[in-house]
Ligand binder design. Structure first.
Ligand SMILES: C[S@@+](CC[C@H](N)C(=O)[O-])C[C@H]1O[C@@H](n2cnc3c(N)ncnc32)[C@H](O)[C@@H]1O
Length: 335
């Protein structure tokens, strides 16, 4: 276990900025041994004081719950996110929800070109003011769940390529609002042709669920098949709730998804019908596949297909690995 020291303490009452209430900071942030960074505590410009000052500047308001605005108070966590993604000079990074720009700052310092997508117009102004003079940042005021991220990224990459730069695949590094986690994962993971790594700060429970590969659990869901089809996920470390302002009701965790190249996807005859079969398989809890897949072909044919791929005819969806689903799908499609 690697233990990071806590961030700098909150200010005393007298010098604290107006508007926003005081928060308690994490006693310790515990980071798993797989985390690559140093254990040194660094007091940087994005501590408690700086975040509150930024939020209070120009009469800005309290964080909006509906936008999942829980700002990171601990710069070490931002540095860890950047380390986990292996961001290097010249990388192109997509950041979702830059907020006050604390993570953006670390990304820019690492030499990345950053495309930041922010829904809140106040935060867009704030982050543009903060990094006004750099050509390493492009801020788009958009709702990530509604924007065409592939075309945004592709056109940025093309413009860089036309200037003679050789660009690798992009990376995504973000402390996202917990309520759009599923959207983010569903949109980004199938983009392995232009994105290599997706490193996200997620709600701890979601992080555990998305990276869990164990079978026979009620948590084993179509989303696990989806995640493992398109990526190699890894739970990196837990981030306690007291590292955020305002403090959420749950802890968070950093997850890295290493995206597969298209040539490394499991060989299914049709991706669309594969995921349609997986979704049907999990419809109707505890049902055997020979019943839940009956709308695709007769039960006897499902049983034959299960036997042909070496599975019991009584199999239930939570007992199948990704590989089993791939084999079963291809067997059924052959019929
Ligand atoms: C959890 S805060 C993180 C802020 C900052 N990155 C940090 O670490 O302190 C989430 C940010 O995402 C923004 N946001 C919320 N919903 C969004 C959406 N649908 N699209 C883009 N940004 C969004 C919020 O306004 C907020 O700035």
């Amino acid at each position: 276990m690697l233990i990071l020291r806590p961030p700098s303490p909150p200010l005393s009452g007298a010098s604290r900025p107006r508007l926003l209430p005081r928060t308690r900071l994490a006693p310790l942030l515990i980071v798993s041994s797989s985390s690559p960074s140093s254990s040194k505590s660094r007091r940087t410009e994005d501590d408690y004081h700086a975040i509150l000052k930024a939020l209070n500047s120009n009469g800005r308001r309290v964080p909006r719950k509906s936008l999942g605005q829980h700002y990171m108070l601990n710069s070490s966590v931002n540095e860890e996110l950047v380390n986990v993604a292996g961001v290097n000079d010249g990388d192109l990074v997509l950041e979702i929800g830059p907020g006050t720009g604390s993570l953006t700052n670390v990304l820019i310092k690492a030499g990345a070109s950053v495309i930041a997508i922010e829904k809140d117009p106040h935060m867009v102004v704030l982050v543009k003011e903060r990094f006004g003079s750099t050509d390493q940042l492009m801020v788009l005021q958009e709702d990530f769940t509604k924007c065409h991220i592939r075309s945004q990224l592709s056109s940025f990459m093309e413009s860089k390529n036309s200037t003679g730069h050789e660009l690798k695949r992009a990376k995504v590094v973000a402390n996202i609002p917990f309520n759009i986690s599923t959207d983010v994962v569903k949109q980004l993971l199938p983009m392995g042709d232009i994105i290599s790594d997706v490193v996200l700060l997620l709600q701890d429970e979601a992080a555990l669920r998305l990276t869990d590969v164990s079978l026979r659990k009620t948590e084993h869901r179509p989303v696990n098949i989806f995640v493992n089809f398109y990526s190699d996920p890894e739970y990196k470390f837990k981030v306690e709730r007291s590292n955020f302002f305002p403090q959420p009701n749950v802890d968070a965790a950093v997850v890295r998804f290493k995206l597969k190249l298209i040539s490394d996807y499991p060989p299914v005859i049709s991706t669309k019908s594969f995921f349609s079969m997986v979704n049907s398989a999990f419809n109707g809890k505890r049902k055997m596949l020979r019943r839940s897949l009956q709308h695709i072909c007769p039960a006897l044919e499902i049983e034959a297909a299960l036997m042909n791929v070496g599975l019991p005819t009584t199999s239930r969806p939570e007992e199948l690995t990704l590989d089993d689903f791939v084999k079963l799908h291809n067997e059924i499609e052959k019929v």
